[in-house]
Design a protein around this ligand. Sequence first.
Ligand SMILES: Cc1ncc(COP(=O)(O)O)c(C=O)c1O
Length: 441
Amino acid sequence: MDTKKIVEMDRSHVVYSWHAQGDVNPIIMDHAQGIYQWDTDGKKYIDFCSGLLNINIGHGNKHVLDAMKTQMDKLCYVGTMFGTEPKARLAKMISEVTPGDLDYTFFTNGGAESIENAIKAARMFTGRHKIYSRWRSYHGATAGAITLTGDPRRWAAEPGIPGVVKFFGPYPYHDPFGGKTEEETNRKALEVLKTQIMLDGPHTIAAIFMEPVVGTNGIIIPNKEYMQGVRQLCDENGILLVIDETMAGWGRSGKWFAIEHFDVIPDIITTAKGLTSGYVQLGAMIWNKKLWDYFYDHPFVGGLTYAGHALACTAGIANIEVYKSENLIENSAVVGEHLKKRLLELKEKHACVGDVRAIGLWAALEFTSDKKTRAPLAGFNNSIQNVAGVFTKRLAELGLTLFAKWDFVFIAPPLIITKEQIDDAVAIIDEALKVVDAKIK
Ligand SMILES: Cc1ncc(COP(=O)(O)O)c(C=O)c1O
């Protein structure tokens, strides 16, 4: 069909997320393979953000597609009261790659639903009501998950669900505690959290929810001492630690799950995205043995029509097989080092790049208008001069798509990417950054 006709139908009938509808002007994508996608006019783009940071194994993987086609002919779905081989096999395979005793999976349809169910599980298990989550976090767009979220996407949903309490995590580039070094920032964040829990009443707190590495609020990476300190605070006070690996999991950080960087084992992991790399939607809430034992003789009061969808679980199984057979977790760590090196070069070269944060094949550039003072360029929740819009438009002209907002540029290519392909992409970013440099007075 003619691109004009598709655009016309799209802009007359499709409602897009997070935007005023009049501001939406989508590129119409037609097909994709590996790290590339093509629009309906045949233009090729490097997908440097893996869709929405979910297509970890890359587009059009034949092993996954074949497995799904075979399963589709056999069985797509049965009621959740029945077992199926794909559901059982995937749960077992997940238990083999998760850390510690996180061996028990409740399937959902995405990241937000996993959070909703983890809130319920934590409250049922502890008999406590408060849920702690961080400023500068994202946990999903459903009622509970958006209340836990610590960024402007929450505002429209306020007052949200009761009992949610926010705290600050470490953010060395703009430290809310005035720390001068990364260590100081992390230490102060932990001390403040400890005091907050004391004042709030530890016996009222069911769980602390955290992204192991902050995702859509800027790829903010804590240190080991901070994460281990939070685990210790939880242990001392009977609080559950729930780690949201929706974006961080499945090799994105160079390990199966980002929490492994910190030698911490949470009580619950929530995840989605790379579990099926978006071939079909699936999420998971994964419990440790303590949770499993409790719910062995207490009902888990939660359910979803599509929990454990046979076709989705087949996609999950085939994805894990691809992660293993193509060494994608290792590739993420190795090629990720190359990506980091190349991005640090961009920081040296461009006045607008204030900070580069990277872990595995997951990175952010943070723009600044002044490297010395670290003053923002676009600003928080802002699009002064439409920095992200102008930058992504230029990138698209040059044949690369990624996600950028405010002063953040998110880089997260499929884990199959090679060093040479990284170099191609960095050359495009290098060129496009000139339009951002030009905005600095
Ligand atoms: C850390 C985190 N949690 C939860 C979600 C929500 O996942 P979903 O959109 O699948 O509900 C996201 C989505 O980006 C996320 O990054």
